[in-house]
Design a protein around this ligand. Sequence first.
Ligand SMILES: [Zn+2]
Length: 307
Amino acid sequence: MNESPGAMSFLRELGGRWPSPDYVEGSLQKVPAAQPLEVFGNWPIRQSYDMDGGEIVGTGPVNSHSFPAESPEVLQEFFRLFSAFDTPSETGAILSFCERWGGLGYSELRRAEGIKSGSTARTSESRERVADPVTWVKAHVVAAYLASTLLAVVKNEPDANLIDALAQIPRPLVFPAGSDYFSWHYLDDPQLGPEGTRKLLLSAATQLIGPNVAGIHIVPQVDDEAMQVGTTLRFTALIEVIWWHVLKLAESPKLRVCQECRSVFAPKRTNQVYCPPPAYSRGEESLCAVRQRMRSYRNKKSGVESK
Ligand SMILES: [Zn+2]
């Protein structure tokens, strides 16, 4: 016997300790020998996205895939849609988001619900069609923004501002949950102290996040490059992954609002005032920091005082 047996010797020791097939006969689920390894965590991007009667419709073949769980910037880009709301650039902003990440997944969520409830009234045409109602997309942007901002308030704001933050939450709070809408009724308690108010704000954020991540499954996956097993998500719709990133924000001890694009992010450094660079970017520098610098440079050149 080795004094400190390594993994290899322990592996040998484990041999012969497996449940005998006799015990489990009848309940045994066979793993197909030649099961193709399914890749999870990707989301299809169609050839084109167009606005059609209040819906964003994805058409044409799937040209590429995004990997939203591995790309936290999908949430930052989703937040940025907010500043385009009700402006002439709204449609363009939403369509270019979809061209980059794929549709938000309203049809896919509906279809998954239909399968669950055993509905068979699905034509092959409806299976092909993917469409997101614009009002539903916008409701998710607002709800994700609200949840993240509430989290930022709880983490950053002094006690004096908490009651005001609570007053900003509509009552009842109606919010999109998956392809549907939920509503949360909560009662005011004038006796709420700062601690109680913080808890209530966190509960509100939790109410918003909860139903939107409920359909996500965790899947272990071989990472060929790193020779490790990593975690990825199996999900029905892109919107679920966006909410999963909101949940990741909630776990962060600190949150900031980007000075340039107003998206909420978890700072990596104490002096970080701009949202982080996207995962695909090789540089360390925030795109928002670059944008801000370019603008102040231009302003200096044209003689306008930069702020
Ligand atoms: Zn930013």
